[in-house]
Write a protein that binds this ligand. Sequence first.
Ligand SMILES: [Zn+2]
Length: 255
Amino acid sequence: MLFDTHVHLNDTQYDQDLEGVISNAKEAGISNMVVVGFDRPTINKAMELVEKYDFLYASIGWHPVDAIDMTEQDLLWIEELTAHPKVVALGEMGLDYHWDKSPKEIQKEVFRKQIKLAKKVKLPIIIHNREATQDIVDILKEEDAKEVGGIMHCFSGSTEIAKECIDMNFYISLGGPVTFKNAKKPKEVALEIPLSHLLIETDCPYLAPHPYRGKRNEPAFVKLVAQQIAEIKGVSLEEVADQTTKNAKRLFGIN
Ligand SMILES: [Zn+2]
């Protein structure tokens, strides 16, 4: 069984055929998925989905690109929702220096507030990082995020940074890019980082793996990510599936 730790089935791109996408995932052997909500509409939709499907769980938080929009009330609302038994993590949160909608200082402040909340409610965190690795590592250290740990989502950094994150109690999650021909770093990470610290994800509808690159992604394709890791490590698909599923269940506290 495979565990897709990062899906956006709450995206409007699935409005027309969500049932079909979910049955594709079931057929491909996906046992569980975490639906990530990162603003008001996507958090609401994530909560709806986890009520409807027993194999779905939610992670809720505030995306760094929209940090400037988050109010104190939003943060309180997120805190209230964490009482729901199917909310298994906070995020995605972090820093995104690619887009300049939210100034860096506001992004950092919103990131720190969410880490503090995660420690208060004792949930792991899911980190979104775009062109902000050093600042993220610094803030995780300063806020002592090690206490809750979590996931470096769609990790694209070096093996050295991956090890630094593992030391802070984080799992390294690989997605579609590990299947891309020129993705040197994710392939290196897949080789060097032991399975005990790896997770798999699609980040669907984004980042579809080869040979679907550029198309709409879906959870069934997480099998291609697992296959690629198995190939790189020279182990069976089953071993990658079993170990990453075990890791995800342990982190999210799912039996
Ligand atoms: Zn995402």
